[in-house]
Design a protein around this ligand. Structure first.
Ligand code: HEC
Ligand code: HEC
Length: 624
C-alpha cells in the first residue's frame, strides 16, 4: 500500500490512456474505465472509485477496441463486424458513427485527444481519424491482418503488428509510410497486441508459436514474448529476441498469451493468458541480455481474460475476464481489491459454455495444457497455417457458416462437430475428453468418427459443438454495397455459373458447396491430391467459397498462393472446372467474383443445415 502510494507520488507518468490497443481503456484522469464487450455488442463505462458500472451502451457487431479522446469525456470504439468507429459521450452515450475501412480492430488516440489511429485486420491498413472533425483524414498501408497498435510516447511513430506473422512495423505519423519492420520466426503467430516501454526503445509482443510440422500436445504450440529493439543497430546485430513463456514459468504451462501491460515506470510487465486463466508479473531490466524475469509464480485470474490495463499511477491493475463478464481490480502486486460485472448476459448458457471449452487448454480439454481449439481457430478464423496432420498437409479453414457445410474436414472424415472429441482425446490435445467411456482412436483420421454418433452423449460436448457451429458469415468488403457486384465481378459471376466452366456444378447453392450429409458424400478429385505424404486424397469435400477473399493460401494443402493460381497453375488438365479456354481478362473477372463472396447474407437454413447451432445474435444497434 505504502509502496504504491509512494510510486504514485514520485512518478510523473509519461504514459497516457490509449497508448496501445485493448478492450479496456482508463480515462487519462484515472476516473473512468471504458470496456468493449465483444460478444454482447455493447460498450460499458465503469466508475473506478465506486467500482460500479455506470452505463452499458449498444454498439454493434463485435467491438474490438476502445480509446478515450484525452480528458474530453468522449471515447471511441471500433466495431469490427460493422466497419465503424463509434463516438460515445461517457455520460450520455452514442454520439456519432463513422464508416471506416473493413474490420477495424485496435485503436489508440493521441494524448491531446485530437487524433485516433485504427488498425484494419483486412485489408491491413491504418486509418487516421480527426476526432473533432469526425472524419477519416488519411489511410496508411500497414501489412496484412494488422491488429495490434501502439503509439510511441513522443507520438511520432505508430507500431503495428500483423496477426498471422507477428511481424512488427513502424509507421511514421508524419509520412504515413512504413519506416522499419521487425520479423520474427516463420512459426510466430497470432499477435493481436503490442506495448511499448515508456522510457526505453523497446516493444513487447505476446503471441504464440505454431510448429506446423508437429502434431502433438507437447510439441506444436508455444507461448512467446518477443522483444524488439526499436533503435538502429549495426548490421547483423539482433533486433528482435523471443522468450519462451512456458520454460520461463519452469514447468507450469500457460497458454495463449493475449495481452500485456506495462507499469507507468516500465519496470513491471503484466501478461495474461486466455487459454489457462492465469497471468504473470515480470520485472523488466535495463539490460538487453536479461530483458525480463518473472516475479513469483503464475497467478490465477478469472475465466478467459482478454484485456489488462493499469491506472495512470500504476497503483491498480484491471483485468477483463470475459466469460465472467467482469473486470477484476488488483493492486500493483496483484492483491485482489474488487470486481465489477461490466455487461449483461447476452448469449445462451450452452453457447457460453461451448466458448469456454473452445478457448481452454485446461483439463478436460488438454492434459499438457499447451493447446486449445482457439490456438488454431482464433474466434473461428483460420490461423493462416497449413498443418502436417497424420493424413497429410491440411490448411486450417475458417469455421464461418459451419452449420451449413457439413460433413467436416477437407476429406469429410467427420460428420458432426461433436466428432472433435477425437481431437481432444487424440495425440494433438491429449485431453480426458468431454464424454465418459473409451473411444476407438485408431489413426485419428478415417472412418471411425463417421461410424460413431457422438451427439447427445455429453452436455459439454454438445455445447462445444454448438459454439463451433455458430460462427457467422460476414459480407465481403469487395462490394460497394450489400448485393452490389462490380461490373468485373458480375462478368465473373456469369462465367462461374455458366455451363462451360462447371464451377457451380460443385460450388452450388448459397454456401457455394455441394457438401451434404446424405451418404455417400459428394467428394471430388480435382487433380490436387498429388502430394507424396497424402493418405486420404485425391478426393476432397467441396469447400465453401464464402469469405475466401481473406483466406490465402488456397486448396487443402495451401499449394496455391493466389486465387489466380487455383484457376491456372494448379488446374492441370482442366480437372478443377474448365479454365484453360479463358482469356486473361476473363480469369481476372472470375477472381473478382470469388473475392466478392459473400455479397449477400446466406440463408440461416438450408436442407443441409444441422440443428445444433445458435443463429446470429441480433446486436442492439445505436440509432444514427
Ligand atoms: C493444431 C491446430 C488445431 C487445433 C488445436 C484444432 N484444430 Fe480444428 N482444424 C485444424 C486444421 C489444420 C483443420 C483442417 C483439417 C482437415 O480438414 O482435415 C481443422 C479443421 C477443423 C474443423 C472442420 C472445418 C471444416 O470446414 O471442415 C472443425 C469443425 C474444427 N477443426 C474444430 C476444432 C475444435 C472444436 C478443436 C478443439 C477441440 C480444434 N479444431 C482444434 C487445426 C486445428
Ligand atoms: C468437380 C467439382 C468442382 C468443380 C467443377 C470446381 N470445384 Fe472448386 N473445389 C472443388 C474441391 C473438391 C475443392 C477442394 C480441393 C482441394 O482443396 O484440394 C475445390 C477448391 C476450390 C477453391 C479453393 C478453396 C479454398 O478454401 O482453398 C476455389 C477458390 C475454387 N475451388 C474455385 C472454383 C472455381 C472458380 C471453379 C470453376 C472454374 C471450380 N472451383 C470448379 C470442387 C470443384
Amino acid at each position: 500500500m505504502l509502496r504504491s502510494l509512494l510510486a504514485s507520488l514520485l512518478c510523473v507518468s509519461p504514459l497516457f490512456a490509449g497508448a496501445s490497443n485493448s478492450l479496456l481503456d482508463v480515462a487519462p484522469d484515472g476516473k473512468l474505465l471504458a470496456v468493449a464487450n465483444t460478444d454482447n455488442g455493447t460498450v460499458s463505462v465503469v466508475d473506478l472509485k465506486s467500482r460500479l458500472k455506470l452505463h452499458e451502451f449498444p454498439c454493434g457487431d463485435h467491438p474490438e477496441g476502445v480509446a478515450w479522446a484525452g480528458n474530453s469525456g468522449t471515447f471511441l470504439a471500433t466495431v469490427y463486424g460493422d466497419d465503424k468507429v463509434l463516438f460515445y459521450d461517457a455520460a450520455k452515450g452514442h454520439q456519432f458513427s463513422l464508416k471506416v475501412d473493413d474490420e477495424p480492430y485496435g485503436i489508440v488516440t493521441t494524448a491531446d485527444g485530437k487524433f485516433a489511429y485504427v488498425t484494419h485486420d483486412y485489408p491491413g491498413t491504418v486509418s487516421e481519424i480527426d476526432i473533432a472533425a469526425r472524419k477519416v483524414t488519411r489511410s496508411f498501408k500497414a501489412g496484412p491482418n494488422a491488429r495490434g497498435i501502439a503509439l510511441a510516447a513522443d507520438e511520432k511513430t505508430l507500431y503495428v503488428t500483423e496477426f498471422f506473422t507477428s511481424k512488427l512495423h513502424a509507421i511514421s505519423r508524419d509520412s504515413g509510410t512504413i519506416t522499419d519492420s521487425w520479423a520474427g520466426y516463420d512459426s510466430d503467430n497470432l499477435a493481436r497486441h503490442v506495448v511499448l516501454h515508456p522510457k526505453r526503445p523497446k516493444a513487447y509482443l505476446s503471441h504464440i508459436r505454431s510448429r506446423v510440422e508437429a502434431h502433438d500436445a507437447r510439441g506444436s504450440i508455444f507461448p512467446q514474448l518477443s522483444i524488439c529493439d526499436l533503435w538502429e543497430k549495426p548490421k547483423g546485430e539482433k533486433r528482435r529476441r523471443s522468450i519462451a513463456l512456458d520454460t520461463y514459468n519452469d514447468v507450469y504451462v500457460i497458454t495463449n498469451p493475449w495481452e500485456a501491460a506495462l507499469s507507468p515506470d516500465g519496470k513491471k510487465l503484466y501478461t495474461i493468458y486466455a487459454g489457462t486463466n492465469d497471468m504473470n508479473v515480470s520485472e523488466t531490466f535495463d539490460d538487453d541480455y536479461r530483458e525480463a524475469e518473472r516475479i513469483g509464480r503464475a497467478i490465477r485470474i478469472g475465466r478467459h481474460p482478454r484485456a489488462i490495463r493499469l491506472n495512470p499511477t500504476g497503483s491498480e491493475v484491471y483485468i477483463y475476464n470475459t466469460i465472467d463478464r467482469s473486470v477484476s481490480i488488483h493492486d500493483a502486486d496483484m492483491k485482489p481489491l474488487g470486481q465489477v460485472v461490466v455487461c449483461t448476459e447476452a448469449r445462451s448458457k450452452d453457447w457460453i459454455r461451448g466458448k469456454e471449452l473452445f478457448q481452454s487448454a485446461l483439463p478436460p480439454m488438454g492434459s499438457a495444457r499447451w493447446i486449445a481449439c482457439s490456438s488454431c481457430h482464433p474466434d473461428g478464423l483460420t490461423d493462416g497455417r497449413v498443418w502436417q496432420n497424420p493424413e497429410g498437409q491440411r490448411k486450417t479453414p475458417n469455421l464461418f457458416g459451419l452449420a451449413h457445410t457439413h460433413p467436416l474436414h477437407w476429406s469429410a472424415d467427420r460428420d458432426e462437430s461433436q466428432d472433435f472429441e477425437y481431437t481432444i482425446r487424440g495425440k494433438l490435445m491429449r485431453g480426458r475428453g468431454l464424454t465418459d467411456g473409451s473411444l476407438k482412436l485408431g489413426r485419428e483420421f478415417g472412418s471411425i468418427a463417421l461410424e460413431e454418433t457422438m451427439a447427445g452423449r455429453s452436455k459439454d460436448l454438445d455445447a462445444l459443438a454448438m459454439y463451433t457451429n455458430s460462427f457467422p458469415v460476414r459480407l465481403s468488403p469487395h462490394n460497394s454495397a450489400p448485393g452490389k457486384l462490380s461490373a468485373e465481378a458480375e462478368r465473373g459471376q456469369k462465367l462461374f455459373t455458366g455451363t462451360e466452366t462447371q464451377c457451380a456444378k460443385c460450388h452450388t447453392g448459397s454456401y457455394y458447396s455441394d457438401s451434404q450429409l446424405k451418404k455417400p458424400f459428394n467428394l471430388h478429385d480435382v487433380g490436387t491430391g498429388t502430394a507424396k505424404d497424402e493418405k486420404m486424397g485425391p478426393k476432397y469435400d467441396t469447400p465453401t467459397l464464402l469469405g475466401i477473399y481473406r483466406l490465402p493460401n488456397y486448396l487443402h494443402d495451401g499449394r496455391a498462393t493466389t486465387l489466380m493460381d487455383v484457376l491456372t497453375t494448379h488446374n492441370v488438365g482442366d480437372k478443377h472446372g474448365k479454365t484453360s479456354h479463358l482469356k486473361k481478362e476473363e480469369l481476372d473477372d472470375l477472381v473478382a467474383f470469388l473475392k466478392a463472396l459473400p455479397f449477400e447474407r446466406p440463408p440461416e437454413e438450408t436442407p443441409n443445415t444441422v440443428k445444433d447451432f445458435e443463429k446470429e445474435f441480433m446486436y442492439p444497434r445505436p440509432k444514427e
